[in-house]
Every structure is written in structure tokens, then in C-alpha cells.
Ligand binder design. Structure first.
Ligand code: MG
Length: 353
């Protein structure tokens, strides 16, 4: 990781990310690629070795199937393994890559068509003392970002100081989010939202339980984002019915891959809910997938996205979007538009045929 360590709520942190890349080989000589990278084993109910074990459970059922038939592919995966959506994400992504290559279209065209010139990015500001985080906001502004997501979810008084310090250095037109990543107890969340009620800041996923998030939402006038709680279309519809948030954070692997992320995205567009479109973590392959999903989403409902390949120090593919002025652009090549870097990936850890 470029910064050395990425830290969020409750002192959770990761220094080295364990990513899994899937290659699907077909009898037409086309090859598709996908990636899944949990944010350590304690961010979502997902972990890197679990992704690989789960792929081993599902892979035998996919041999001989048409990878471009995304509906049947997802049905087979959901029948072979109940739950564990993140396990299916890299497989689904590789099938989408193959659909793009076989139709010679970039994924964003297959996912709905390209909207606008580029996709705006946010920068996550790793949890540190308040003044350091404010300095990092200024530093990442120099790299072109205009949206900043503070990692809070620690001690409520320190978090209030973090939000205040960062808001002081904010410039007109910039956006500030305080993401507690489930780290606050419901009473801590109440103290923080009360104490920063005069600040122009979004509050993201204050508590672990959906009900405690909803209680916090009902206590505050501040705009409100749900992330960890929105792990399926069903969760989205329930939260929408409760008016539980203004914005959601849609992560590809959290909902089980591009097929289901597209469904959630389309529901959000129809329900007029803005989204941060991203994943839990990743390298170049996931960054490319994010760019295609985000670029095929109407600009009005794009809150932000993430260029994970600028957070990590290892390249796993060429051809992925590169950030420019705080934005990225989905590629023009067929499929994901990436070519894996096998020197950095090494030999396969498992082969299914
Ligand atoms: Mg979040």
C-alpha cells in the first residue's frame, strides 16, 4: 500500500492486500479476467482465503457452461454455494470480460452505455490524529481530488475533532464524508452527529446494526450514507422504504459481482438514489471494473468512485484507467480492457478443468 498502512474504525488496518485474480479460458480461445480483494478479514464478512476456497466450490459447476450467459451463470453459482456473495464476484467479472471480448464492446457499453466524459473519484483519508488527516485532505487535493472520505469510527471526541479539522481546510465545491465504518455505538453516534450538526458533512455507516444506523439517521439533519448495511437489492429496498439514507455505497463484491451490482445500480437510478460505485478494495482489474460500472451510470446519480490502483503499490494488469485531475475514464477496448501482469501475479494457486 502506497501510504504504508490503511486504517479505519476500531483500529482495524491493512498493510498488504491479498487479492485473488480469476482467469476463465474458453474453447473459443477468448480468456476473461476478474479480481476480488477483501479489505482484510474484518471489514465485511469476507476474507481472501475464503474467496479462493469458495471459487474452488463453485468452479466445477461452471466447467462447460457458456460464460457469456450471465443469468444462468449466476443461477448456477447461487445454487452451488448459498450466500458468500464476494466469492462469486471475480467469476462473474471474468464472465463479463468474456462477454465484452466476444461482442467486441467495452463493458460500459454493455452495462448501459457511457454517460459523460469521466468518473469523479474520492480519496479515503486513513484514520490518524485530526491535524494529520486535515493535512492529508490538502495533500490529496494537490493530486486532483475534490471529495474526501474521513475514516472515523473511533473515539467520539477525537472523531468530532477530525471532522472539524478537515472541514476547516475544505474549499468551495469540495465534499466531505465522515465514514465510521460501523465503529460507533449508537450513543457515540448520537454525540458525534449532534456535535457536528453545523458542519457540511455526510455521515456514513455510523453503527454495525441497521437499526442503530436508522436511529442515528432519524436523530440528525446531516445527509446520510449507508454502505456495509446495503449488501443486496433486498437490503436496498428495505432501507429505501425506511428512508434510511440519502446515498448508498455500492461495492461490486459486496453484492456478488457486476451482474448484481448492475441490478442494484439500476434500482438506485430508478429510485433516484445517488451512489458511490466502487469495491471493498482491489488493484488494476477491479479499478477497470469500477470504471465501467460507474461510467455506465447517469452522472446525476454518481456520488463518487475509487481508483484503487492508486492506493496500492503493485500492478496486477496493464490497460486499467489511470487517475487524471481526480477523475478516471472507462477504457475503449473490449471487455474490461485490461491485460494481466503475470510477472506480478505468479503461477496459479489452483486450476479447475
Ligand atoms: Mg464506507
Amino acid at each position: 500500500m502506497v501510504e504504508g498502512r490503511y486504517t479505519w474504525s476500531d483500529g482495524r488496518h491493512v498493510e498488504v492486500f491479498d487479492s485473488t485474480v480469476v482467469e476463465i479460458v474458453t474453447d473459443s480461445d477468448l480468456v476473461g479476467y476478474g479480481e476480488v480483494c477483501p479489505l482484510g478479514p474484518f471489514y465485511l464478512p469476507a476474507f481472501a482465503a475464503g474467496a479462493r476456497a469458495g471459487i474452488g466450490e463453485i468452479a466445477p459447476y461452471l466447467i462447460g457452461q457458456d460464460p457469456t450467459a450471465l443469468g444462468p451463470i449466476n443461477l448456477i453459482m447461487d445454487t452451488a454455494l448459498l450466500g458468500h456473495p464476494y466469492v462469486k464476484s471475480a467469476l462473474d467479472m471474468a464472465c463479463w470480460d468474456l462477454l465484452g471480448k466476444s461482442t467486441r464492446k467495452p463493458l460500459c457499453e454493455l452495462l448501459g452505455g457511457r454517460h459523460g466524459e469521466s468518473v469523479e473519484l474520492y480519496r479515503a483519508i486513513s484514520q490518524r490524529p485530526a491535524e494529520e488527516m486535515a493535512e492529508n485532505v490538502a495533500r490529496y487535493r494537490e493530486e486532483g481530488y475534490r471529495k474526501f472520505q474521513l475514516k472515523v469510527g473511533g473515539d467520539p471526541l477525537q472523531d468530532i475533532a477530525r471532522i472539524r479539522a478537515a472541514s476547516k481546510v475544505l474549499q468551495p465545491g469540495e465534499t466531505l464524508v465522515a465514514d465510521a465504518n460501523t465503529g460507533w455505538r449508537v450513543d457515540d453516534a448520537a454525540r458525534v452527529v449532534n456535535a457536528v450538526s453545523d458542519v457540511d458533512v455526510y455521515i456514513e455507516q455510523p453503527c454495525l446494526s441497521y437499526d442503530h444506523c436508522l436511529a442515528t439517521r432519524r436523530r440528525t439533519q446531516l445527509p446520510f450514507i449507508l454502505d456495509e448495511s446495503i449488501d443486496s437489492a433486498e437490503a436496498l429496498l428495505r432501507a429505501h422504504g425506511d428512508l434510511a439514507m440519502d446515498v448508498i455505497n455500492l461495492k461490486i463484491s459486496k453484492v456478488g459481482g457486476l451482474t448484481k451490482a448492475r441490478l442494484v445500480r439500476d434500482l438506485c437510478v430508478e429510485l433516484q438514489i445517488p451512489m458511490t460505485i466502487e469495491d471493498s478494495w482491489g488493484g488494476d482489474i477491479i479499478t477497470a471494473a469500477i470504471a465501467h460500472l460507474a461510467h455506465s451510470t447517469p452522472e446525476r446519480y454518481r456520488f463518487s468512485s475509487t481508483d484503487f490502483n492508486s492506493y496500492v503499490s503493485v500492478r496486477n494488469a496493464s490497460g486499467a484507467p489511470q487517475r487524471r485531475d481526480g477523475c478516471m475514464v472507462a477504457g475503449l477496448e473490449p471487455g474490461l480492457g485490461i491485460a494481466p501482469d503475470f510477472d506480478s501475479l505468479g503461477s496459479p494457486v489452483a486450476v479447475y478443468k
